[in-house]
Design a protein around this ligand. Sequence first.
Ligand code: GAP
Length: 446
Amino acid sequence: MTDEDSGGGSKRNDLMEKIVSLCKRRGFVFQSAEIYGGFRSTYDYGPLGVNMLRNVKDAWWRSMVQERDDVVGIDAAVLSPPRVWEASGHLANFTDPLVDCRSCRERWRADQIDGVCPNCGSKDLTASRQFNLMFSTNVGPVADEGSIAYLRPETAQGMFTNFANVVTTARKKPPFGIAQIGKAFRNEITPQNFVFRTREFDLMEMEYFVPPPEAPRWFDYWLEKRHSWFIDLGMPADMLRIRHHDEKELSHYSAGTADLEFAFPWGWGELEGVANRTDYDLRVHQEASGERLEYFDQFTNERYFPYVIEPALGATRAMMAFLIAAYDEDEVGGEARSVLRLDHRLAPYQVAVLPLSKKDTLEPLARDVLKKVQAHFMCDYDTTQSIGKRYRRQDEVGTPWCVTVDFDSLEDDAVTVRDRDTTEQVRVPVDGLVAELSRRAEATAS
Ligand code: GAP
């Protein structure tokens, strides 16, 4: 879907502007080094963004590791020596085709621009050359050839280089997986669309090692599993689609890849990739390191390289997609409001505790309520402005439940719980508040 296809281009640009502005205004995402004019498409996550990003990662980890007995986690180093990337093929192949515009000197990815400079319209472009996307640095006090190290462009290699360690220590046999969440770095030629494509991002990857004949079945399994993860977290099914790569699109290690695509405001774009990496990585690392990376099956007495099925998702890209999918505008009591209809597991705050008035008389009970709820949910505590304005503020950042402490609360030891989506308000005894909020949370999570 392109803007032209559906004629809704300006509306969608508008949506993107609203999301970017909301992210900045409310503390989700800031331009990095903003006081120095910003730094080349890098972003910082503010008080609300850091909560939400953590929730995205937690939801992934829960589904990929915690709720399974066939997947374990690791946390590998960001820096690694050239031998890892020589063997993996990234030094030779992790490249994009780069062209320069001779008129305005902008640089572009040749495969994204159709022979015309998007900046000045010139067709006077250089021939394309391959540009390696890995960042290098020097480790130790002497910067020479021997001290070069690379910042990982994917977390996956940490799973392959630790394959034997994990098999031995976790006593796992195929089919089993190793999962990891961590920073990845790519010197993208054209970072763009806010946090969609950045040079530094959080990546969530799982390498699932299987007996080779089972690879096609597990590929289908993980594609379906990853699709339903998004749906379960509230993403509308019509904003997701699956697209299989054709042969010439495949990465150097892949025998088959499918993208889960999301309906971004500018059109369909990759959200997550699921790849069949075959036995490529274990084979090349065994060859290069001389260490045995085959799996030895004690029952069949066979030694083999497992195939790998890999779901890989950018946490920051996923957070942006969830924000876009959740953004809505409606009217409450004749007034326009903007609301993020986020699943409570993703919302930066699940609960806001709001004393009706700033008067000291309400504060002790309100703080008492806050303490009780904080033990179970991430909470905001807000005493400023009218209660109506505070509700709007919480709606705008996606807080599913507001708990209001009023003067009656001092008499009846009860509070009002307001639902973000229906705006319905019910009175709940303070004693039963955590149970009521947990009941609501379970109801949306099931
Ligand atoms: N190990 C496989 C791999 O890294 P990929 O398709 O290059 O595959 C996986 O990346 C996911 O990481 C993408 O689907 C996307 O969600 C995210 N991603 C990739 N490049 C990114 C970038 N420059 N900025 C933000 N997210 C990115």
